[in-house]
Design a protein around this ligand. Structure first.
Ligand code: FAD
Length: 505
């Protein structure tokens, strides 16, 4: 749909020889900025991307330590058709840029009393459930069937910007309402399918990728675990960062330009339009349009900051990246569950304190891809959801003990030798780092909590100052912080931009 729209626009421009000489400044070279950069440069606009760091990618960047490669953020890509559509919009084939490998099993789950894998293949997952939880396999079938329908109604909602109340009264939205199972949390919803507490946790663990507790997030988000089983999960050879590298390549092929070490510190406006942007290096940039990929538009405009303080933010994460001179017998993704996950989630989200009994997400991409580390070595990542920076945790003080607790938990729960003995390279990111180095407000790496009261036109980005030539893209612009949603959001912003352009012609 979008593809057609884009090309009709482009053909019109070419027919009338109106290939645009207008300049577009994109602030931030994360996946959001890059996706918009691809589309806008494909349309023939002069695209300049300003990035504060010396490399692309933001939270989806590559982190290289010696001979080891790591993805800073994403560990799995799902709904690959959305990425494919972005490349098709730019008349490209994603497979010419990135080789995608299926992640299978999707993950292995370590509960205190039981360990089991779950696969993207339905029959295999059903067989696992039948073996470990006899009688529950029909619940899985029902979960998949009912969520297929839910997906059908709910996914078109992503096509709207929801910047006004009017969007809520569109026929598509009204039709989706019964599928949204309003008033119910994801955990309530899962109780309709599974009796086993472990299975409910297995089908809600994805909420950690949204920085939320499954007891808080609305039931509509069951489409996230569903997507993993329906569409499968993938790992690009070389890591998820290869996706942003491919995006950068398309922008460059389309003659878009990148300016690194170029932090934008302030926008100037005449009240209606942004007129220029100031860089930390003292330079000023001017463009016809500005697309901002930053965490929050307010960070640049200083508008209504107090309103942001009252919002509810996602969790943060404490991550240890380890280059090990050994290989580990783990699948691509393993999740260690504490005895009481609800208490862990409560500590993280509500009490804002650290737990002693941890839930750890261990990513071992070497299980799928032998380019991440040399032979007989591995690049692993240990990620623990922790409170965001609205807590009083002093990370400088807590880091050594928390690091030890994580390594001890892995040793005990996964029954492996002490990882300390194999470490060649190590890097840690704390919530303080997310805020200071990655400019993520409160270190809440998944943005605002995905709650109805912060959704759609109630999301602060929708209330950002209404400059006619400013567009907000990326995870800060919406609810839904994973790559597919970020790409869709860039497509929507580009559509909105084209509509404005058309009106002004
Ligand atoms: C630990 C972790 C795990 C994740 N796992 C997954 C996953 O498995 N699957 C998935 O789909 N998604 C996952 N995500 C989400 C995904 O990585 C992010 O949502 C995505 O990178 C956000 O893209 P973005 O472009 O909106 O922002 P960012 O990636 O944050 O990019 C913003 C860019 O703007 C730059 N910038 C900031 N301020 C300025 C300024 N003033 N001037 C110029 N440039 C500036 C930053 O340096 C950065 O490059 C994960 C994220 C994290 C952190």
């Amino acid at each position: 749909m979008f593809l057609r729209f884009l090309y009709v626009e482009k053909r019109e421009k070419e027919r009338f020889n109106l290939e645009s000489k207008k300049k577009i400044a994109i602030i931030g070279a994360g996946p959001g900025g890059l996706a918009a950069g691809m589309l806008l440069s494909q349309l023939g606009y002069q695209v300049n991307i300003y990035e504060k760091n010396d490399r692309i990618g933001g939270r989806t960047a590559l982190h290289k330590m010696g001979k080891y490669s790591f993805d800073v953020g994403p560990s799995a890509l799902t709904m690959t058709h959305i990425l494919t559509s972005l490349f098709m919009d730019c008349n490209r084939n994603i497979l010419d840029y990135v080789s995608l490998l299926p992640i299978n099993p999707i993950h292995t789950l370590y509960f205190k009393d039981i360990t089991f894998p779950l696969y993207s293949d339905h029959a295999e997952t059903k067989a696992v459930i039948k073996t470990y939880f006899p009688g529950e396999e029909d619940g899985f079938e029902r979960f998949m069937k009912e969520n297929t329908k839910k997906m059908l109604y709910v996914s078109p909602l992503n096509q709207f910007n929801y910047s006004s109340l009017f969007d809520f009264f569109r026929p598509t939205t009204l039709r989706a309402i019964p599928s949204l199972t309003l008033g119910r949390s994801l955990m309530d919803d899962l109780a309709r399918y599974f009796n086993s507490r472990n299975l409910r946790l297995a089908f809600s663990l994805q909420m950690r990728y949204l920085g939320m507790s499954p007891w808080d997030i609305p039931a509509a988000y069951s489409i996230i675990p569903f997507s993993e089983y329906y569409y499968g999960t993938f790992h690009p050879i070389g890591g998820q960062n290869k996706i942003v590298e491919a995006m950068q390549q398309v922008v460059t092929e389309n003659k878009g330009k990148f300016f690194f070490n170029s932090e934008v510190t302030e926008f100037e406006s005449d009240g209606k339009d942004i007129t220029s942007a100031a860089l930390a290096n003292g330079k000023t940039i001017e463009a016809d349009y500005y697309f901002t990929n930053l965490d929050f538009i307010y960070s640049l405009t200083n508008e209504q900051p107090s309103k942001l303080e009252t919002k509810e933010y996602s969790s943060s994460a404490f991550i240890i990246y380890l280059g090990l001179k050994t290989i580990l017998p783990f699948s691509h993704q393993s999740i260690i569950f504490p005895t009481n996950y609800r208490e862990f989630a409560n500590n993280t989200m509500h009490k804002k304190i650290l737990s002693q009994d941890l839930s750890i997400h261990l990513t071992n991409p070497s299980a799928t891809d032998n380019t991440m580390a040399p032979i007989n070595h591995s690049s692993i990542r240990l990620m623990v959801p922790v409170p965001n920076n609205t807590s009083n945790i002093d990370w400088q003080k807590e880091t050594p003990a928390f690091r030890k607790l994580i390594l001890d938990t892995v040793k005990e729960r996964l029954d492996v030798p002490d990882l300390e003995d194999y470490i060649e390279e190590e890097y840690i990111i704390t919530p303080t780092d997310w805020e200071k180095k990655y400019h993520v407000k409160y270190g809440a790496i998944f943005g605002l909590q995905h709650l109805w009261r912060q959704h759609g036109f109630l999301h602060p980005s929708k209330k950002s100052p209404n400059f006619k030539n400013l567009f907000v893209i990326g995870a800060g612009a919406m609810s839904g912080s994973s790559l597919p949603f970020i790409i869709e959001n860039a497509q929507i912003a580009t559509q909105k931009f084209l509509q404005k352009e058309k009106k002004s012609e």
